[in-house]
Design a protein around this ligand. Structure first.
Ligand code: S3P
Length: 423
């Protein structure tokens, strides 16, 4: 689906953001391990989470859809050996977390994915799982992967990367391993696994950047999922850069390990108010009021990177409208996402008139650009690149055409419909 994006009127009104993708993956997978019934309220219906849901069904879960927002997962007493390969689609989170679950089972399984996922690096999880005793065969550390179920033992793993997917993989494997499994990372990555494990009664301990887990059972407790801050980021961005906008975004997860974008935007002089803070299923949630703002450039590097890694492409769009030079460093892993996001966002923003330069681990944007548009751009089969360019299109002088915009469905099928509510 190719779309044309035109200059936007001010955005006004309020919207409710659909469920968090990271938390939905965990709700589906962890429910499958409870041996009981879990009601999941407000789950993400993006293609990535549906890949996870299909896999938990293949592992013996029964899914009962109550309505558009709620479903009940009934887990088997022991997860079942799947009769077919498990298709992770486009989803790195599905692959890496499922590998943690599957490595410690007493059956074999195979995982595959689409073209983009099949190019993504899996050594980051294969190497530590092998240290725990896992037996895995792979295609040069990429999908397709065969996992030969075996008994695992705990390890103390010092991860060179700050990665919630690697951490979650090892914590899941730790649920089935003999002894204690501990994971230490250089900076703290998103902690949804830790929060949901605590909520479900696992024997887990967190100390700074180290998480430790003992072999544990998970209790079947109902889970309500907050809205996705990574999806909200596109609306926050739009309101900040479209003159006279003033919007309210309701029900957004503001877990500190995910809210780096809010900290950075405040530093950039954004008019953002966090309202009505509350706790839902152990996750912090709030409503966010955003107004058009006179933005200033900033530097983004180091410890904050894992707290906003998925928001860097949309931050590039925002920075194109800020006064001064925004520098983004230490984001090398952005090249290993659904696309090489450093190269993709730089190439496409340049086409529409943005003064942006690619560096090895980030980009440099000279702000206050008058984006000209009047061109055709690509989204590299990457949902976050597609949406970041859409927002840029809303402030271009002339319309832009975005090819294959359907990739948005990976995380945010409701994106265009929600946008039309604010116009
Ligand atoms: C995710 C972790 C992050 C993030 C991804 C989702 C998760 O990846 O980029 O979109 O749900 O655990 P890394 O763990 O590779 O940083």
């Amino acid at each position: 689906m190719d779309i044309t994006v035109e200059k936007s009127k001010p955005l006004k009104g309020s919207i409710k953001i659909p469920a968090d993708k990271s938390i939905t993956h965990r709700a589906f997978m962890f429910s499958a391990l409870t041996k009981g019934k879990v009601k999941v309220t407000n789950y993400s219906r993006g293609a990535d989470c549906l890949s996870t849901l299909k896999i938990v069904q293949q592992l013996g879960c029964n899914i009962n859809y109550i309505n558009e927002k709620e479903l009940i997962i009934t887990a088997p007493k022991i997860i079942k050996s799947p009769s077919n390969a498990l298709d992770c689609g486009n989803s790195g989170t599905t692959t890496r977390l499922m590998m943690g679950i599957l490595a410690g089972q007493n059956f074999n399984s195979s995982l595959l994915g689409d073209e983009s996922l099949s190019k993504r690096p899996m050594k980051r999880v294969i190497a530590p799982l092998e240290l725990m005793g896992a037996k895995i065969s792979h295609n040069d550390y990429k999908l397709p992967i065969e996992i030969y179920g075996s008994s695992l033992h705990g390890i103390n793993y010092q991860s060179p990367l700050a990665s919630a997917q690697v951490k979650s993989c090892l914590l899941l494997a730790g649920l089935f391993a003999q002894g204690m499994t501990s994971f230490t990372e250089p900076y703290k990555s998103r902690n949804h696994t830790e929060l949901m494990f605590e909520y479900m009664g696992a024997d887990l301990n967190t100390n700074k950047n180290t998480v430790t887990i003992q072999k544990s059972d998970l209790n079947p407790v109902d889970i309500t999922i907050p809205g996705d801050i990574s999806s909200a980021a596109f609306f926050i961005a739009a309101a900040l850069v479209i003159p006279d906008s003033d919007i309210l975004i309701k029900n957004v997860g503001i877990n500190e390990t995910r809210s780096g974008i809010l900290d950075i935007l405040k530093k950039m002089n954004a008019d953002i108010k966090i309202l009505n803070e509350r706790l839902i299923s152990n996750e912090k949630v709030a409503d966010i009021n955003v107004k058009y703002s006179d933005l200033k450039a900033t530097t983004i590097q180091g410890e904050i990177i894992p707290r906003l890694i998925d928001e860097l492409p949309i931050i590039a769009t925002i920075a194109s409208q800020a006064e001064g030079t925004t520098i983004i460093k230490d984001a090398q892993d952005l090249r290993n996402k659904e696309a090489d996001r450093i190269s993709a966002i730089t190439t496409e923003l340049k086409k529409i008139g943005c003064n942006i330069e690619e560096t090895q681990d980030g980009f440099i944007i000279n702000g206050k650009n008058n984006l000209t548009g009047n061109c055709e751009i690509n989204c590299y089969h990457d949902h976050r690149i597609a949406m970041s360019l859409y927002i840029a299109g809303l402030i271009c002088k002339k319309p832009i055409k975005i090819n294959e915009f359907q990739w948005v469905n990976i995380s945010f099928p409701e994106f265009l419909k929600l946008f039309s509510k604010l116009n």
